[in-house]
Ligand binder design. Structure first.
Ligand code: FES
Ligand code: FES
Length: 161
């Protein structure tokens, strides 16, 4: 067993885990932060994306022990301080960027990471950035639209799908 401690959504979090424990499992099982979804565990789907030291990371590709000492942000940390939806979350709601919602935490975390790297991405740049995030439901159109809206772009002329 190894001791891990990290800051998660601005609060200290620690635990004893097996060395092979994935960050995704640590977040969900030890910390009960079940907003981080596990769709594949093989680095395909992106449902488990979180931020580690400000970068988007698939939490199933990282050991909890590797995140020791890091700043981690999960979907639970994306709301505003008053509990209202954060900008990216609100844009997903406003533009119907989700259906079943399974992919949504990872999509929101990836979108937020993209916007912090590139605050005004083109549609093509958004689609390219989301290559590691799979959605079975939406056809991606409204997800891309939501991210453009979150970036402050005028999406009024883009058709809904
Ligand atoms: S659960 Fe991590 S990429 Fe699918
Ligand atoms: S909304 Fe269902 S998988 Fe994306």
């Amino acid at each position: 067993m190894v001791s891990v401690s990290m800051n998660v959504n601005g609060k200290p979090a620690s635990g004893e885990v097996e060395g092979r424990t994935l960050l995704s499992a640590f977040l969900r099982e030890n910390l009960k932060l079940t907003g981080t979804h596990i769709g594949c565990d093989t680095s395909q789907c992106g449902a488990c994306v979180v931020h580690v030291d400000g970068k988007a990371v698939k939490a199933c590709t990282m050991l909890a022990a590797e995140a020791d000492g890091s700043e981690v942000k999960t979907i639970e940390g994306m709301a505003n301080a008053d509990g209202s939806l954060g900008v990216v979350q609100q844009a997903f709601q406003d533009h119907h960027g989700l259906q079943c919602g399974f992919c949504t935490p990872g999509m929101v975390m990836s979108a937020a990471a993209l916007l912090s790297e590139n605050p005004n991405p083109s549609e093509a740049e958004i689609r390219e950035y989301l290559e590691g995030n799979l959605c079975r439901c939406t056809g991606y159109h409204n997800i891309v639209k939501a991210i453009m809206a979150a970036a402050g772009q005028d999406v009024s002329k883009i058709a809904a799908e």
